[in-house]
Design a protein around this ligand. Structure first.
Ligand SMILES: Cc1cc2nc3c(=O)[nH]c(=O)nc-3n(C[C@H](O)[C@H](O)[C@H](O)COP(=O)(O)OP(=O)(O)OC[C@H]3O[C@@H](n4cnc5c(N)ncnc54)[C@H](O)[C@@H]3O)c2cc1C
Length: 561
């Protein structure tokens, strides 16, 4: 179709990572793009800016240097065990997953390098799994941290956007909120919405929704890259699956307010289909942020494996619900107690080595990209600064020199005292007796010893098993853990080109695209409407935005001829 010189070739709705990557591909192919976002320009990059920059790679040079033997086969085995694909609508998500794991095992690292994205040398071990070879989890460490965390993932694509703006290829429309997709003869041909009043709030803070007028744009194709639903707790509750128990009464919010999920319904209205709405990835180790940026701002602890995990009544969670092993399995176990919170009980020694916080602003040393800063903060005595700030100011921490004092502090943090100190003492003493030998029947202690066979864990991440009640290991600490919203695993149903499919009375493999309508990133379940299936291996979300944004951008550029 020839393009009208006054209008863009393509409209991208959402200037988060997926939208920026799609735009980079389109402008590299010489296409003119209108990039529309409801937030002010200072929030370019969306959630990815706040992210830790963790990236899933398979058989990378970094892994090989750490003597990790990984392969496509092992990663695909882990992905399938984690995803648990079991629905007809999993046809396209499964194909996206295959393509994505192939990319992560192949071209991805070189491509990241070409974009100027560097990686830290040590590889982290996220989601260590449910204890079975064919089940959920990473058999080996695969979590590669970006040097510079989230901002460094976003930077190259913002730079490309700026360069394309200079060449007249990008029309950036911030404070433009899309409320409707324009459909002409069954094809999506544009967007309509309101122009929001200017906002000078700092990045990530809630911005006003006051309208100053309306707008409409036309183009040959629209790519929806508007993110998930984690900033809309009502929508999270509405989509909450029965298999995880009753929807939580209280959750902290792990994403900014703009992650409002509105574009999902708007895209459905234009004929796009949505699948796997009930699949979500929420964390169980959320802290109420003492220095919040967005509404009910929660921070996730990325824990090492040694904290003792107790439910709201003080009972130890059953194996394999150890810190950092099986996020949704643990969420299920917590919800089964009838309460929304749980507790870590640990020592000063554990918090110093094993607590990391997710979020770029919680890792200023790595964000600064200064080796000196990283060494200074990570090798210093005591807990890292941002962790210590939570101990000092956070509403969810208790420190004590005796178990009696600790439990009294824990009971003071709930409307009614729920924990019996004698029962907790029995649990802790029994656990402590298990650390005297190198062998044990306590599966958590065994898992800690297994983790320490990985050099990186031993040196940087996992303390030697020790008695919690031994005062030499520092004061006892209890941390109240809240449920924290984060990622949306289902979404707009797309084929392998990112074309949004229209519902049909046929197997999903035969559904046809809505002409002119594409989607990528979290709103598309990172590809297909749910390439993760039920669960995730971690570091797969940013990568999912890079891969699906790139795919959709290239597909649209090719389609336009
Ligand atoms: C604290 C934190 C840590 C994370 N850490 C990691 C990690 O280490 N590894 C990993 O893989 N993932 C991580 N993630 C997840 C990852 O960052 C996100 O899944 C990903 O960035 C989503 O990108 P997106 O482009 O799909 O959507 P978003 O970043 O949500 O961007 C969507 C954009 O669309 C705009 N928009 C929405 N609706 C409209 C509308 N109607 N009109 C106009 N504009 C609209 C929004 O304003 C926003 O700018 C983390 C996330 C957070 C918050």
């Amino acid at each position: 179709m020839p393009s009208n010189s006054d209008q863009p070739d393509v409209i991208v709705v959402g200037a988060g990572l997926a939208g920026l990557v799609a735009t980079a591909e389109l402008t590299a192919a010489g296409r003119r793009v209108a990039v529309v976002d409801q937030e002010p320009e200072q929030s370019l990059g969306g959630q990815a800016f706040w992210s830790l920059g963790g990236l899933f790679l398979v058989d990378s040079p970094e892994q090989r240097r750490m003597r990790i033997k990984d392969s496509y086969d092992l990663a695909w085995q882990d992905w399938q065990g984690t995803a648990g694909f079991d629905r007809d609508e999993d046809h396209w998500p499964r194909r996206w997953a295959e393509a994505y794991v192939g990319w992560a095992a192949g071209e991805k690292r070189q491509w990241l390098r070409e974009q100027g994205i560097g990686l830290m040398p040590q590889v982290g071990w996220a989601e260590r799994g449910d204890g079975t070879a064919e089940g959920h989890g990473n058999s080996v460490p695969r979590f590669h941290l970006t040097w510079g965390v989230g901002p460094a993932v976003v930077k190259p694509f913002v730079e490309k956007l700026r360069a394309a703006q200079q060449r007249g290829l990008v029309d950036l429309r911030c404070r433009h909120r899309v409320d409707e997709l324009v459909v002409t003869d069954g094809a999506v041909t544009g967007v309509r919405g309101i122009v929001l009043e200017p906002s000078d709030v700092d990045r990530g803070r809630p911005s006003s929704r006051t309208s100053t007028g309306e707008f409409e744009l036309s183009a040959q194709a629209v790519i929806v890259t508007s993110g998930g639903i984690g900033g809309n707790v009502d929508l999270v509750r509405e989509s909450w699956p029965e298999r995880l128990g009753a929807p939580p009464a209280f959750m902290v919010q792990g994403v900014p307010d703009h992650v409002d999920g509105r574009m999902i319904g708007i895209t459905e209205q234009a004929g796009g289909s949505v699948v796997n709405r009930d699949r979500m990835w929420h964390y169980v180790e959320g802290l109420r942020n003492w220095d919040p940026i967005w509404t009910e701002h929660g921070i996730r602890i990325i824990p090492g494996p040694s904290s003792l995990w107790l439910d709201a009544t003080g009972k130890r969670l059953p194996p394999p619900n150890f810190p950092g092993f099986d996020t949704l399995g643990t969420l299920h176990a917590i919800k089964a107690t009838g309460h929304d919170h749980s507790w870590f009980v640990l020592t000063q020694k554990i918090i110093e080595k094993e607590f990391a916080l997710s979020g770029s602003e919680q890792n200023p040393d790595i964000a600064s990209q200064s080796v000196r800063e990283v060494l200074k903060s990570r090798l210093a005595k005591g807990a890292p600064g941002p962790v210590q700030a939570f101990v000092d100011h956070g509403a969810d921490f208790v420190a004590a020199t005796s178990l009696e004092e600790l439990v009294a502090g824990m009971n003071a943090k709930t409307p009614e005292p729920l924990i019996d100190v004698a029962a907790v003492r029995r649990t802790v003493e029994a656990r402590d007796r298990e650390v005297a030998n190198t062998y044990t029947k306590d599966l958590q202690i065994a898992a800690i010893r297994n983790a320490r066979t990985y050099f990186v864990d031993k040196v940087t991440r996992v303390v030697e098993p020790h008695a919690l009640l031994d005062p030499d290991n520092g004061p006892l600490i209890a941390v109240k853990l809240n449920l924290l919203t984060r990622k949306t695993l289902g979404g707009l149903h797309t084929d392998l080109q990112g074309r949004v499919l229209r519902e049909a009375d046929a197997p999903h493999a035969d559904w046809r695209p809505v002409p002119g309508l594409y989607a990528a990133g979290e709103v598309a379940g990172f590809g297909g409407g749910g390439m993760h299936g039920y669960r995730a291996l971690e570091g797969t979300f940013l990568g999912g935005c890079l891969f699906s944004g790139r795919t959709a951008g290239r597909a649209v550029a090719a389609q336009l001829g």
